[in-house]
Design a protein around this ligand. Structure first.
Ligand SMILES: C[C@H](NC(=O)[C@@H](N)CCCCN)C(=O)O
Length: 543
């Protein structure tokens, strides 16, 4: 008797990739909302009279709920209610949080700086309570559609959308804001709303797929459930503890740095915070739209470069494809060089190259690890690059060394995740992977919270004169009855003329070097543990 093979929606490539695009909107918009404050930090400080510590507090408290088990709670609810309800609930929470931040920024809850600050924090906390769970929902759902197909590629592209969100959030927000912080918030919050609508559209496909799976007698969801007993077993595994601590130390030196990078480049190396007229790509009279399209173009090149060549049959085909894409890329950059060269003097645009570069490099390093192994050694190398990056951006004052530092950070930001996340799957049995990732993300959030806030607090501590002088001028201008925008413009002009001195970032960034040193130590411990217990971290994935 021949068995009837019933096709489901996920057997169609168009449906799978369509589902991925609908889902990735959540990843894109949440990464954007998480990171865009970094591109408009100076505007936030000038417009509302906030300090760097206030900025750090807003970012740090964003993921406050995650320190108390929100990610695990999200995982448990997802197991119980499925990805549809979990996505709606936590995506909705993020979008509602975005709306509250917007209302706070236009003074709906009051104009007092302290009221604006705390209402923004409440909104960001609501947003952050959904953020990580939304990432887990997207990952789980990708597994549902791509298992047995292009799973690794789909995950890499989903992460690419996240990185694009971070890069554009940082780089294009100053163009969108055009002098008004609330405009940038309104745009970022709208993205969260659009992503939620796209998720609602996705739900129709999900319902149909589940129905077909039932008819085909497939399991609707084969994901393992989060269990406390699994977690307790994991905690007894010293290698798992090393990799979790490495995740904390490494990401604490990267994600928080990205939030402050644009401001650091402006203050330390005199980069601009807004682009001059001729340095914008303008489409339909809008630099925000034109510059955004450039980022989408760069993203498409990154995706093409990192996904097309590895999928070709022979090495020579792959080589020719690489040369062709690189050639087109060079033409693209060359044709707009007089504009792009000015971008390299702009803080937000240059800072955005860190997440943007990782879209190209993460899949390249990922496939190197798949083919050649050496994951623990690459984590050591990534940690060394991290130390070089933060030293060159703190103790030295040479802009070219600064560019080298940013490049090293970009490579480390691609290398370590590409080596670390697949290594977890070698250390932890598959049945406990869900618990392992949610535990790692939870602990990671402690490091992030400490450093998001810590960098801002230390920055204020070591720059009391900058705060005093700025406040003096603000009080003077407000006393003259100037409107908010005029105060911001005047303070900006005083910063440019040097009458308000720049922030000194040396100590806050030097502290991050310690994270690199701890990362190296933990990577060595991982390598030792691998030798002892034979996890195969240094071996190719198919060995
Ligand atoms: C894969 C990894 N993601 C995380 O570490 C998430 N916990 C953070 C999500 C928040 C992004 N701003 C990564 O992005 O490398």
């Amino acid at each position: 008797m021949t068995e009837k093979i019933q096709k489901t929606l996920r057997d169609s490539a168009a449906m799978r990739w369509g589902a991925l695009i609908l889902l990735s909107a959540l990843t894109f918009s949440t990464y954007w909302f998480q990171d865009f404050f970094g591109g408009v930090k100076d505007l936030l400080l000038d417009e509302y009279g906030f300090t760097s510590e206030n900025f750090g507090r807003i970012i740090s408290l964003t993921t406050f709920a995650n320190l108390f088990g929100m990610i695990m709670l999200g995982g448990i609810l997802m197991d119980k209610w499925g990805v549809r309800i979990a996505g709606l609930l936590f995506g909705g929470l993020s979008a509602a949080g975005g709306l509250v931040v917007y209302l706070a920024s236009i003074g709906t809850f009051g104009d007092e700086p302290n009221t604006v600050l705390w209402s923004m924090i409440v909104g960001r906390m609501m947003f952050g309570s959904g953020l990580e769970v939304v990432c887990v929902v997207a990952t789980r759902t990708i597994v549902k559609w791509f298992k047995g197909y292009e799973l690794a590629l789909a995950m890499a592209i989903n992460m690419g959308f996240g990185r694009l969100g971070s890069a554009m959030g940082i780089a294009v927000s100053p163009d969108i804001a055009s002098g008004h912080f609330s405009t940038a918030v309104g745009f970022a919050a709208s993205l969260l709303g659009i992503a939620l609508i796209m998720f609602v559209v996705y739900i129709f496909f999900d319902v149909k797929l589940d129905k077909q799976n039932k008819e085909a007698a497939e399991e609707g969801s084969e994901d393992e459930e989060f269990k406390i007993a699994d977690l307790l077993k994991l905690l007894k595994n010293s290698t798992f503890i090393y990799i979790t601590l490495l995740c904390v130390a490494f990401y604490a030196a990267v994600f928080p740095f990205i939030q402050y990078a644009a401001d650091l480049l402006v203050n330390k190396f005199g980069f601009t915070s807004a682009l001059p007229e001729g340095a914008n790509i303008v489409v339909n009279g809008s630099p925000a739209l034109g510059n955004s399209l450039v980022f989408v173009g760069l993203f498409l090149f990154a995706i093409a470069f990192s996904t097309i060549p590895p999928r070709l049959k022979t090495n020579s085909q792959a080589f020719i494809a690489r040369i062709a894409i690189a050639g087109l890329f060079a033409l693209y950059i060359g044709s707009m060089w007089d504009v792009f060269s000015q971008w390299l003097d702009n803080g937000p645009k240059t800072a955005s190259l860190i997440p943007l570069g990782s879209i190209i490099f993460t899949p390249i390093f990922g496939s190197y690890v798949d083919k050649n192994g050496k994951a623990a050694s690459l984590m050591i190398l990534g940690s060394l690059l991290l130390i070089f990056a933060h030293l060159s951006l703190s103790v030295f004052n040479n802009v070219y060394l600064g560019y080298m530092g940013l490049l090293s950070l970009g490579i480390a930001f691609s290398l370590v995740p590409a080596a670390m996340w697949p290594s977890v799957a070698k250390i932890v049995p598959e049945s406990r992977l869900g618990s392992a990732y949610s535990f790692m993300f939870t602990i990671q959030n402690y490091g992030l919270a400490a450093f998001f806030w810590g960098i801002g607090a230390v920055l204020d501590l070591v720059n009391p004169n900058v705060i005093k002088i700025t406040e003096g001028f603000r009080e003077k201008f407000e006393g003259m009855g100037l409107a908010k925008e005029e105060v911001v413009a005047k303070i900006d002009a005083l910063k440019l003329s040097g009458e308000i001195p720049p922030f000194d970032y040396t100590i806050p960034i030097l502290i991050l070097v310690a994270c690199g040193v701890i990362s190296i130590f933990l990577s060595f411990k991982l390598k030792q543990a691998d030798k002892k217990y034979g996890y195969g971290l240094e071996k190719a994935s198919n060995n």
